[in-house]
Design a protein around this ligand. Structure first.
Ligand code: AMP
Length: 114
């Protein structure tokens, strides 16, 4: 857990541009944005990857998507469209091992992703 960068953001030990917070979820702008709107939405609980999700985390993961829809609406991308992505482990490009939903919007997004 001590190597969990995002726990340090939750604890305000390192700075982040926070756009959303409630008891269970925090969201902040990605430091290396891949779209005009690029927000990371994370649970405050330490969960390393989707593979570590348990049945009792189902509601918590749902809250990540609810936050995504609220942030998208607040930032004006809900109507045009946006993407949410969660990478799992190295082949998918996961580099921070605290689950996070990427919210990308504000430009045309190609498919399939690279
Ligand atoms: P992933 O590759 O899916 O694990 O995504 C990790 C994301 O975290 C990348 O898009 C990074 O740019 C982003 N990131 C890493 N460190 C920070 C930070 N201190 N604040 C905000 N975003 C970060």
């Amino acid at each position: 857990m001590s190597d969990d960068l995002f726990l340090k953001i939750i604890a305000r030990e390192i700075p982040a541009d926070i756009v959303y917070e409630n008891d269970d979820v925090l969201a902040f702008r990605d430091v290396n944005p891949q779209a005009p709107l690029h927000v990371l939405i994370i649970p405050k609980a330490h969960i390393r990857t989707i593979n570590d999700m348990r049945a009792e985390d189902t509601e918590l993961f749902g809250k990540l998507f609810l936050a995504a829809s609220e942030i998208a609406a607040e930032h004006g991308v809900a109507k045009d469209g946006y993407r949410v992505v969660m990478n799992c482990n190295s082949a998918a490009g996961q580099t921070v091992f605290h689950v996070h939903l990427h919210l990308l919007g504000g430009r045309e997004l190609g498919w399939p992703p690279g």
